[in-house]
Structure formats: structure tokens, C-alpha cells
Design a protein around this ligand. Structure first.
Ligand code: 13P
Length: 254
């Protein structure tokens, strides 16, 4: 089965609304020739409205970096799925390792956020990944299985159509250390096996699994060429229009 490549820039806490608009203006003409790939960006909450407006009529998807699970209420500082939907975003990233590490995200809260986003009609990129200590302690598979079992608990096969999994080894994020294509592919094959155990083989064949962690223009092609790597979740290399475009083009034209 061929799965459509999906490449998303996770801008983390970078770029004002004005900077997001400038990026899209520069990236737009480059994106026009990007076929057979889904390309998206995830700006900060305060840049979403401007980014959605700037991306109208283009093939650039806009998503958020987090969402709260409640519909509304006394949750100071939080944003609901309906609020994101109203702004016009298509997807949301949930469970990024930085949220797990610095903001107390757990598999249970990942699951609640995912369900709330799906209920509002948003697509969800669910992030998983092991730390260096866990990899060196041979715990990678156990950690990923626990994150998948917890994060995707209670979803249906139909829900899984709207889910993309991002495998981001924590030790490769922002460090310049990339997992080798073989290592990432083996690990992502394991993730697909866990999805098969949870939802059956058909869902596992269909679900797209991105790799994230120091993916750049010069390593994207060999990573995305691997059978279990269906795209990338990109931090640093997504912040400049030219380098992000180069990465996307290398990934799809290999
Ligand atoms: P880098 O591409 O900067 O390593 O970040 C990866 C990431 O965390 C994307 O979500």
C-alpha cells in the first residue's frame, strides 16, 4: 500500500504572527509544485489566525501545537478544540516530548486531548518517543508500546483515519543526532505492529508514521525512502521557507 507522505513543520515557540505571514508568503510559490505530499505548519496559538488567512487557497495545512480536552471552563491559559476549529486549523499536534518533559503531559492526557480534537473534527498528530536512557536500557519498544496503547486507547478504526503518529526519539530532537534510517525504520515497523495489535492489520497498513528529530534537507530523502517512514515532523529545519522547501522536495523526489 502506498501512503501519502506528510511533512509538518512544528514551529514550537517561534515566530510572531507577522513572521508567520512572511514565511507563508515566501513558501507559497514553492509549495505549488509540491505534488503527492501533504505539507503543513504548526505555528504558535497567537499566529494561527494570521497563518490560516495567509494559507487560504494554498495546499499548506495549518495546525496547532496543543489542545485542551475540556469544552470550556476554568482552565486558565488553555485552548479548546472548538476554539481551534473556529480559527480554521485542520490538525493539532498532541503529546510532543517537550510537552511531556516540561508540562506534565502523560499518556492519559494525550488520550483525552486526542479524543477532544477528533470530536471537534480535527486531525491529530500523536507524538511518541523514547529518551536516550530508555534506548540505552533496551526499553524503547516497551516505552513506545505503552505510549501507543495509552495515547490511542478507546479510539475506533474510523478515528484512526484522522490520526498520524510521529515517532520522535527524544535524544534526536534539536541535537543534530538523527536516528539512522535503518534504526528509525525498524522502530517505526514496531509501532505499526502495535497499531495492528490494537486496531487490526488494515488500519496499521494505512496509518502514517512520521519520523522527527534533526530531519533536514540532506537526510530527508534517505529517511522517507524507508518503507515505514511516511514523512517527517520537523523543528529547526522548518523555520526558514527555503530550507523547509528543500527538505520537502528532497523527501518526495529522493
Ligand atoms: P528538530 O527537527 O529541531 O530536531 O525538532 C524535531 C521536533 O521536535 C519536531 O516536533
Amino acid at each position: 500500500m502506498s501512503r501519502k507522505v506528510i511533512i509538518v513543520g512544528n514551529w514550537k515557540m517561534n515566530k510572531t504572527a507577522a513572521e508567520a505571514k512572511a514565511f507563508i508568503a515566501e513558501f507559497k510559490p514553492m509549495a505549488e509544485s509540491m505534488n503527492n505530499v501533504q505539507v503543513g505548519i504548526a505555528p504558535t496559538f497567537t499566529s494561527l489566525a494570521a497563518a490560516v488567512e495567509a494559507a487560504k487557497g494554498t495546499n499548506i495545512m495549518v495546525g496547532a501545537q496543543n489542545v485542551h480536552w475540556a469544552e470550556s471552563g476554568a482552565f486558565t491559559g488553555e485552548i479548546s478544540a472548538a476554539m481551534l476549529k473556529e480559527v480554521g486549523v485542520q490538525f493539532v499536534i498532541v503529546g510532543h516530548s517537550e510537552r511531556r518533559q516540561y508540562f506534565g503531559e502523560t499518556d492519559e492526557t494525550v488520550n483525552k486531548r486526542t479524543k477532544a480534537a477528533l470530536a471537534a473534527g480535527l486531525d491529530v498528530i500523536v507524538c511518541i518517543g523514547e529518551s536516550l536512557e530508555e534506548r540505552e536500557g533496551n526499553k524503547t519498544e516497551c516505552v513506545l508500546k505503552t505510549q501507543l496503547n495509552g495515547g490511542l486507547a478507546g479510539l475506533s478504526a474510523v478515528d484512526m483515519d484522522k490520526i498520524v503518529i510521529a515517532y520522535e526519539p527524544v535524544w534526536a530532537i534539536g541535537t543534530g543526532k538523527t536516528a539512522t534510517p535503518e534504526m528509525a525504520d525498524d522502530t517505526q515497523a514496531f509501532c505499526r505492529k502495535v497499531v495492528a495489535e490494537m486496531f487490526g492489520g488494515e488500519v496499521a497498513e494505512k496509518v502514517r508514521i512520521q519520523y522527527g528529530g534533526s530531519m533536514k534537507g540532506d537526510n530527508a530523502a534517505e529517511l522517507v525512502a524507508k518503507p515505514n517512514i511516511d514523512g517527517g515532523l520537523i523543528g529547526g529545519a522548518s523555520l526558514k521557507a527555503a530550507s523547509f522547501a528543500e527538505l520537502v522536495n528532497n523527501a518526495i523526489n529522493g
